[in-house]
Write a protein that binds this ligand. Structure first.
Ligand code: HEC
Ligand code: CU
Length: 399
């Protein structure tokens, strides 16, 4: 007959605690060969070293393009402050807990041969009070400033000062910006949003399809763009510059290719800023506004004229507006209506921060938008590469 395996609990091995203590101590002494124990620690030390290397591998003193730490606005500073507050509180608590634990390990180590139970302090009122009071103080230390911060972030800027107000609409997979009031009233652009340094900005976020979230990490926190609702985002950006952003709410096939760019213009004279290691000149905000409000430049020369004609012949104006180009001034609003192209040549990128705005890239995009952005809501219209090149030349001339 086959031998039936016995459950482990029934195997007659003396339970560890039943081994007499002196015996155990002797067993321990013989095993604690110094070299063996250092070899035992080797994998742990190696693993910790690797984690340490991995943890610092991404470190840099330069602010990264999508850095949440080197914030450039008043509301960004509030979120940054809480990040730092929580980080340092956690470091202090973590170090304190590990230190007490390590001290207790050494201080209360059971001596060889000591078989007595330590003093039990279950229900010790003093200790219970201490470890209720400390977390309460910590929670209050976080909650009170946090509430102040939440109310400050939600405070609409004073109406008496200059305000730039922009209706922001998230669409699969790009952003539409419509300026309201002030010198930019009626301005309508896409993907790249422009504001003025040291000027309060009010953004009203919504969506025309699914939930998106507008997020420029160096500016401030994320704000949901939800269909049928409008959520405000308030900020005053400090430093002129160009800042990258990303849709932060999974919104379908090309969610990862739904970027945005924030341009913070100087209020008066143009300035030079650094972007991606290159020097870029930023006009004053009012100069930018004036340029964008003007109708598109009329095509000059046969090649651009051919491009403009092809743009209309290939039915692009059903979805795209080019103010000033006859026959392309009113795209019918629908779910697939595309970005305003009146000044598309002045954008740094196309396809919502997906490709640099060069004639070659625009031609590639026109020939096959879905090859660049899976699921893109732009119809793939049959044409020859030469025709796409002519349209691209015309579009990139629209500064
Ligand atoms: C059915 C509507 C539709 C038609 C027709 C259409 N497009 Fe588009 N187009 C879009 C949408 C939507 C986008 C935004 C896609 C994205 O970024 O996800 C877009 C984006 C673009 C962009 C990039 C703009 C930017 O700022 O990122 C260019 C350039 C463009 N289209 C050119 C054309 C040309 C040229 C034609 C005609 C050959 C055309 N489109 C036809 C809907 C359309
Ligand atoms: Cu999105």
């Amino acid at each position: 007959m086959a031998k039936v395996a016995q459950p482990r609990s029934q195997v007659a091995v003396p339970a560890r605690d039943a081994v007499a203590l002196p015996e155990r101590a002797a067993e321990h002494a013989s095993a604690s060969n110094c070299r063996a124990s250092s070899r035992r620690w080797l994998p742990t030390v190696g693993l910790l070293a690797w984690i340490a290397v991995a943890a610092v591998a991404g470190c840099s003193t330069e602010p990264a393009p999508r850095d949440t730490h080197n914030t450039i606005s008043d509301s960004g500073d509030i979120s940054s402050f809480f990040y730092e507050l929580l980080l340092w509180l956690d470091v202090v608590i973590g170090v304190a807990v590990v230190a007490v634990w390590a001290w207790a390990l050494v201080r209360f180590k059971r001596a060889a041969g000591d078989d007595t139970l330590p003093v039990q302090n279950h229900g010790d009122a003093k200790m219970e009070m201490i470890w209720t009071a400390i977390p309460t103080v910590i929670v209050i230390a976080i909650t009170v400033p946090m509430l102040v911060g939440v109310f400050r972030l939600a405070k609409r800027p004073d109406q008496n000062q200059q305000i730039i107000e922009i209706d922001v609409t998230g669409k699969q997979w790009w952003w539409e910006f419509q300026y309201k009031g002030g010198s930019a009233n009626g301005l309508h652009t896409a993907n790249e949003v422009h504001v003025q340094a040291n000027t309060a900005v009010v953004m009203n976020m919504t969506s025309s399809d699914v939930i998106h979230a507008w997020w420029v990490p160096r500016l401030t926190g994320k704000r949901d763009a939800t269909p049928g609702r409008s959520y405000p985002l308030y900020f005053t950006a400090r430093e002129p510059g160009i800042y990258d952003g990303q849709c932060a709410e999974l919104c379908g096939a090309s969610h990862a290719l739904m970027g945005t760019k924030l341009f913070v213009h100087p209020p008066a004279k143009e300035v030079e800023v650094e972007y991606a290691g290159k020097k870029v000149t930023l006009d004053s905000y009012e100069t930018w506004v004036k340029g964008q409000l003007a109708p598109a430049a009329a095509p000059t020369g046969p090649e651009l004229e051919r491009g403009a004609k092809l743009f209309k012949d290939k039915t692009c104006p059903t979805c795209h507006l080019v103010k000033g180009l006859e026959g392309a001034e009113s795209a019918s609003p629908s779910m697939t209506t595309g970005p305003n192209l009146t000044h598309v040549g002045s954008r740094m990128t196309i396809g919502a921060n997906t490709l640099p705005n060069t004639p070659d890239n625009v031609a590639k995009w026109i020939l096959d938008p879905q090859a660049i952005k899976p699921g893109a809501k732009m119809t793939k219209i049959a044409m020859s590469p030469d025709e796409a090149k002519a349209i691209a030349a015309f579009l990139t001339s629209l500064k």
